[in-house]
Design a protein around this ligand. Structure first.
Ligand code: CA
Length: 403
């Protein structure tokens, strides 16, 4: 229980406490934690010595705090729970609460490296059928390793940042043409934020996932399907993806998701030894995709074929180092039903089957001015719900030429 007004029954009660970075009235960015419809100013709390983290809560991003590691993450969390729960702290802590409506949420951490996986069997199968009709939907490697690529860390942006329609090459029967993408799409994903680095040359085992990963964000990996389809072979995604990747402003710590772990789908054939995670667990995160306010899909993260621990292990198995602020995303989350897919490519089956929105308009891919919002919840302790916030973005028209 918490003394904060309205927070006790909220998906953002003391069982959640996601971290973010906020600005108030154009002031400098400060680290905070969400409680109900307030932000607890952790910069102020550390300055007043209400919570101690060696100054890591007084930066302009979460990175210094992320680098502290699991024991200190837990210590700070327990202290914040105490401050927000015990009535005796109310007088000194209440002045540090800022109403959510009075803040702007900014990018919560500096992204070091960004990796995007491709771990939904349904998504990979659907895309295979749409992009490579008549051929096997899954390529031969897909069940043996979590397929992924290194993306562009510098264009990861916080929810609410406008997304300018990208221009690029697309293939036509008469050769390539250049222009604004006509098949702009979303990918609803879940991202994992790395706190503790690993040395170059070492590998991180599946059992060390929670020692390195701090928490979870929601991700929208905006994708230009026409640019992607022309450029992606043989080396994979490039400019069809790198123009923008949006993340939710709140990083939900793994501690808040302790009740959300569920058995992941069985893997057949068996994976190689280094990828074997026992127990083999995924997270029961329930995503929802709203297109201009119309709910079009509810992707189930629990059905992902590859687990977050397997993804982290595979990412480092060659000795690649982890850095504080690394972000790795799951890949599009798609379930078996059409109303469970995490991309409009699948929802409209390559644009062949338009969807009707609540205002009566129809869509295949994104129009200028469209807004897409991805939200998620997870089961929490004692029947409570954990909110993961939202990642939203609105499409702006393509720019007419070089700036
Ligand atoms: Ca993706």
């Amino acid at each position: 229980m918490t003394w904060v007004d309205g927070a006790a029954g909220s998906p953002y009660g003391v069982h959640n406490l996601p971290y973010g970075v906020f600005r108030r009235s154009g002031g400098p960015p400060r680290i905070g934690v969400r409680i109900g419809d307030f932000v607890l100013d952790l910069h102020g709390a550390e300055a007043a010595e209400l919570v101690l983290a060696g100054g890591a809560l007084r930066g302009s991003s979460l990175n210094a705090f992320l680098a502290l590691g699991r024991p200190q993450w837990t210590t700070v969390r327990h202290r914040i729970v105490e401050l927000l729960s015990a009535d005796g702290h109310r007088a000194e802590v209440a002045p540090l609460l800022v109403p959510l409506g009075e803040v702007d949420l900014v990018m919560p951490f500096e992204v070091a490296d960004y990796v995007d996986f491709y771990s939904s069997e349904q998504h990979a199968g659907n895309v295979g059928q749409i992009f490579r009709p008549g051929q096997p939907a899954l390529l031969p490697n897909w069940r043996h390793l979590p397929v992924g690529y290194h993306g562009r860390a510098g264009t990861v942006v916080v929810s609410g940042t406008p997304v300018v329609r990208p221009s690029g090459q697309r293939g036509t029967p008469d050769g390539p043409v250049f222009g604004p993408s006509t098949r702009l799409d979303i990918e609803a994903e879940v991202g994992f934020v790395v706190g503790v680095p690993s040395p170059l040359g070492a590998r991180v085992g599946v059992e060390d996932f929670a020692a390195h990963v701090f928490g979870v964000v929601l991700v929208n990996d905006w994708s230009a399907r026409d640019i992607q389809a022309w450029e992606y072979q043989p080396l994979g995604p490039f400019l069809g993806k790198s123009f923008a990747t949006s993340v939710s402003p709140w990083v939900v710590p793994l501690e808040a998701l302790a009740d959300a772990w569920v058995p992941a789908p069985p893997q057949d054939p068996p994976v190689l030894d280094y990828l074997r995670d026992v127990p083999h667990l995924g997270l029961d995160l329930r995503l929802a995709v709203d297109w201009n306010g119309t709910r079009v899909s509810e992707p189930p993260f629990a059905q992902m074929y590859w687990t977050p621990a397997q993804q982290l292990t595979h990412l480092t198995v060659n000795g690649a180092a982890l850095r504080t602020g690394d972000l790795y995303a799951s890949g599009t989350v798609s379930g078996p039903r059409r109303d469970q897919v995490g991309s409009f490519l699948e929802l409209t089956w390559g644009g062949a089957e338009p969807v009707t929105l609540s205002d009566g308009s129809t869509r295949t891919f994104l129009a200028d001015g469209d807004t897409v919002t991805v939200t998620a919840t997870a089961p929490g302790p004692d029947g409570r719900t954990v909110g993961l916030g939202e990642v939203a973005g609105t499409i702006e028209p393509a720019r007419s030429g070089p700036s």
